[in-house]
Design a binder for this molecule. Structure first.
Ligand code: PEP
Length: 251
């Protein structure tokens, strides 16, 4: 079912003590009850995050996971390990994983399948580089990222997938896609889903926008009809800013 969702990707930020403090501050915020709120602390703090948010309306995502169930993969974490500490979601395909850790569409297809098999909800990130947009290749690029990683999945799987369109040129740069650019791409993505899976499925998938969303610009981006929420990096590290973004649907 399509929902309003705001997810915070904390990336490699916050110590254990700071993680507890930020969660405590978040739990004190007045958050729009109609928005699903997700936080993604670094993996070493997932267990404490699920404990600290237990019984609250904040759920926890991992920022990555390995595609194998178990085995000789030093330093990696499997889907069942995430589930075992109460994690419900996993972010896959973030542009930083693609750029710095060589994650490509076929690896991401494997990761998505492993996550779904283990009943994790997937937040799947994708988006074009600035050069793609300058050459007017951004629609083709986004289409190929989705087709290669996700479009072999059966329609039922889409109940457990949230899409996060994140133009790479807008991530951590302070530069945001305009609400019109976001809407244009989200409508394109929705149409791809209609063509591949039919209208009911397409209308049920939440499509988030990510890229320098702040309290000052969240409301106008979230007001667009095909923008169902946001994946927030920098601004999710501050409880009042994150809460203001969550509450951006109200205005
Ligand atoms: C992100 O990394 O997913 C992101 C959207 O970051 P920021 O909000 O800092 O641009």
């Amino acid at each position: 079912m399509k929902k309003h969702i705001v997810a915070g990707n904390w990336k490699m930020n916050k110590t254990a003590t700071e993680t507890d403090a930020l969660i405590e501050e978040l739990l004190e915020q007045d958050l729009d009850p109609n928005v699903e709120v997700i936080i993604a602390p670094t993996s070493i703090h997932l267990s404490q995050a699920t404990q600290a948010t237990n019984g609250s309306r904040i759920s926890v995502a991992a920022q990555n996971m390995h595609q194998a169930e178990s085995g000789a993969f030093t330093g990696e974490i499997s889907a069942s390990m995430l589930l075992g500490v109460g994690v419900q979601h996993v972010i896959l395909g973030h542009s930083e994983r693609r750029a710095y850790f060589g994650e490509n569409d076929s690896l991401l297809a494997e990761k998505v399948q492993a996550a779904l098999k283990n009943n994790l909800e997937v937040i799947f990130c994708f988006g074009e580089e600035l050069s793609d947009r300058q050459q007017n290749k951004h629609f083709d690029l986004v289409e190929s990222q989705l087709r290669n990683a996700l479009f072999d999945l059966p329609a039922e799987s889409w109940e457990h997938i949230v899409l996060a369109y994140e133009p790479v040129w807008a991530i951590g740069t302070g530069e945001t896609a305009s609400p019109e650019q976001a809407q244009e791409m989200h409508a394109f993505i929705r149409q791809l889903l209609v063509d591949q899976y039919g209208n009911d499925c397409a209308q049920s998938v939440s499509i988030l926008y990510g890229g320098s969303v702040k309290p000052a610009n969240a409301a106008e981006i979230f007001a667009k009809p095909d923008v169902d929420g946001g994946l927030i990096g920098g601004a999710s590290l501050n409880a009042t800013d994150f809460a203001a973004i969550v509450n951006g649907f109200k205005s």
